[in-house]
Design a protein around this ligand. Structure first.
Ligand code: ACO
Length: 311
């Protein structure tokens, strides 16, 4: 149970859009196949983590009405930092003029939920405001000759401002997991491109989404029927449909952006969250289930009670 209210949110996508038809001119695939097997129509590419993150974070801070000196910690969830070192978080910190600690957190596509749980612990520990960003630029590490991977990945960033709240707790339950024995199913060596055994990842992803969600809901003391909105990792619409069916949650409750973003790894949950909040899909007291999985194989879920910003 933790008391951290989300008071600002924003996202950023690079300008360049790559369509399925364009991909079909690069590898042996088609718009019909990609749409039917993944749900993805377009994705944004050509992004840089520090640039996308800085823009998303600046907008989220403006929305929350907080100044640079009020942020106590910056956490950047990413698996594609711009450089081996320094941490991209340090570059973003400087771009934003923050005067606080900053670090990168790598849990692949589960990174944003890992970051949310981590940020909440810092708030419980006494910090007032934490800036949490999920951002990945996968286009530079995609093998554009491999039709099994290049069709699903894209670039993006999403950011939230979390502020300490005296009200009832907002993080009600969570689950973090890593199954390193499956690490060879999805990896990217230094200086190389992404390698993925898609079918195996798909199978494990469905089970990981289900188990992480069930654990988080059990710890929160809630059931599937209590969940108002699910923010699933945006990897493949069929993974989301199958997992939600197993959980007994109607697909209509899922926030979906992958049709125009593809799989943006650590950015995918905040991109979907920001989209849902901007569409006013959440009301005071609603329960949001965020759930992700990814390379590692990592998985993470969190049940959050929506406690709107008080202006
Ligand atoms: N276009 C046309 N045909 C294709 C394509 C393509 N782009 N890709 C594969 N195929 C073919 C295969 O060659 C195969 O043909 P065959 O039957 O003649 O051998 C057939 O389609 C089926 O291939 P599968 O690999 O079984 O296709 P699948 O339905 O599993 O879809 C996909 C592939 C989309 C990659 C899917 O497996 C998937 O989404 N996996 C999960 C990926 C994922 O979630 N990754 C998240 C990790 S995120 C992170 O941590 C960075």
């Amino acid at each position: 149970m933790a008391h951290g209210r989300i008071t600002g949110w924003a996202s950023n996508l690079p300008e360049q859009v790559l369509t399925n038809d364009e991909l079909a001119s690069m590898v042996d695939t088609s718009d019909e196949w990609i749409t039917a097997r993944t749900g993805i129509k377009t994705r944004h590419i050509g992004g840089k983590v520090t640039e996308m993150s800085t823009r998303a974070a600046a907008d989220a801070m403006a929305m929350a009405g907080v100044t640079a000196d009020q942020i106590d910690l910056l956490i950047l969830a990413t698996t594609t930092p711009d450089q081996q070192m320094p941490a991209s978080a340090s570059v973003i910190q400087d771009n934003l003029g923050l005067t606080c600690g900053a670090f990168d957190l790598n849990a692949a596509c589960s990174g944003f939920v890992y970051g949310l749980v981590t940020a909440m612990q810092f708030i419980e520990g006494g910090l007032e405001r934490v800036l949490l960003i999920g951002s990945d630029a996968l286009s530079p590490v995609v093998n554009w000759e491999d039709r099994g991977t290049c069709i699903i990945f894209g670039d993006g960033a999403g950011a939230i401002v979390l502020e300490r709240s005296a009200d009832q707790p907002s993080l009600l339950g969570w689950d973090l997991m890593s199954n390193g024995d499956a690490a060879d199913l999805l990896y990217c060596d230094h200086g190389d491109k992404i390698v993925m055994l898609g079918k195996e990842v798909f199978r494990k992803a469905v089970l990981a989404m289900e188990s992480a969600s069930l654990n988080a809901m059990e710890r929160a003391g809630v059931n599937a029927e209590d969940i108002t909105l699910v923010i699933p990792h945006q990897a493949n619409v069929r993974i989301i449909e199958t997992s939600l069916k197993r959980l007994g949650i109607p697909f209509e409750k899922a926030a979906m952006v992958l049709e125009h973003t593809g799989n943006t790894s650590a950015a995918s949950i905040p991109l979907a969250l920001v989209d849902a909040l901007n569409q006013n899909r959440v009301n005071t007291g609603d329960l949001i289930l965020m759930v992700g999985f990814g390379a590692g194989m990592s998985s993470a879920a969190a049940v959050v009670r929506w406690d709107p910003p008080q202006n």
